[in-house]
Design a protein around this ligand. Structure first.
Ligand SMILES: [Zn+2]
Length: 237
């Protein structure tokens, strides 16, 4: 039997339920709260579905702030200022997800760095330095995930590359980082995934929303490059 393809989903929208989702392995990126709301519905409809939930470990809502601002400018501003999060999962959400048999929690970087941009704008040494720092932070959070039993003993550790960009050097560094602390094999995915926004069932408004989110993400990424007031090395976790 053919292995199912991973279907990439960012912000959740109920129109996505029009797609026969269990034809795919669902692949949620970044750890957004709207995704938790979607997953609760999905597992009711498809009890045997497989869901990979890739958390950007630097974006976890550690203050458990209310998420009623989901998808609003206020939530985006909170994220851009790096002081509160309106739309990212909390540890309580992650514990809830980890108890679902359908869900495997994986990793998606710590600061969601884009390898090609960093390579272009930095010397090779600086590039390696930034990437190692990011991976170190992600592995540190992964150890906390293991303590909280968000990672199951013996199960492979899933990693999905930000922006679906695979860079051999970065992947080698990630393997080294995880192999130092975890005996479980690391499975890396990214470019081969399908994007749910390419489906006809997603109305055009969603494409615009996707573009809007991408623009906001770019702002968040540039905000993260401004040290140290908003993003000191360990300010998030
Ligand atoms: Zn992402």
């Amino acid at each position: 039997m053919l292995k199912k393809q991973e279907l990439m989903i960012h912000a959740w929208h109920d129109d996505m339920l029009k797609i026969k989702l269990d034809d795919y392995i669902l692949s949620f990126d970044d750890g957004l709260y709207s995704q938790v709301l979607g997953i609760r519905k999905i597992v009711d409809i498809y009890p045997d579905i497989n869901i990979h939930f890739y958390v950007t470990t630097g974006f976890i809502n550690i203050d458990n702030c209310p998420r009623t601002f989901n998808e609003s400018d206020i939530a985006q501003d909170l994220a851009i200022n790096m002081e509160m999060y309106g739309d990212f999962v909390s540890y309580d959400d992650l514990i809830e997800l980890s108890k679902l048999k359908q869900v495997t929690i994986g990793f998606h970087g710590h600061r969601h760095l884009r390898p090609s941009l960093f390579k272009r704008n930095n010397s090779l040494n600086d590039y390696i330095y930034h990437m190692r720092k990011d991976i170190d932070s992600m592995v540190e959070v992964a150890l906390k995930f293991k303590d909280l039993q968000l990672i199951k003993n013996g199960a492979p550790i899933l990693y999905c590359t930000p922006y679906n960009e695979k860079d051999d050097l970065v992947i080698a560094l990630i393997r080294k980082g995880f192999n130092t602390f975890f005996s479980e094999p690391l499975i890396v995915t990214g470019p081969e995934r399908l994007d749910i926004f390419d489906f006809d069932e997603c109305p055009p408004a969603l494409e615009r929303y996707s573009k809007f989110i991408n623009e906001k993400q770019q702002k968040i990424i540039s905000a993260m490059r401004v040290p140290p007031k908003y993003f000191t090395e360990l300010s998030i976790l």
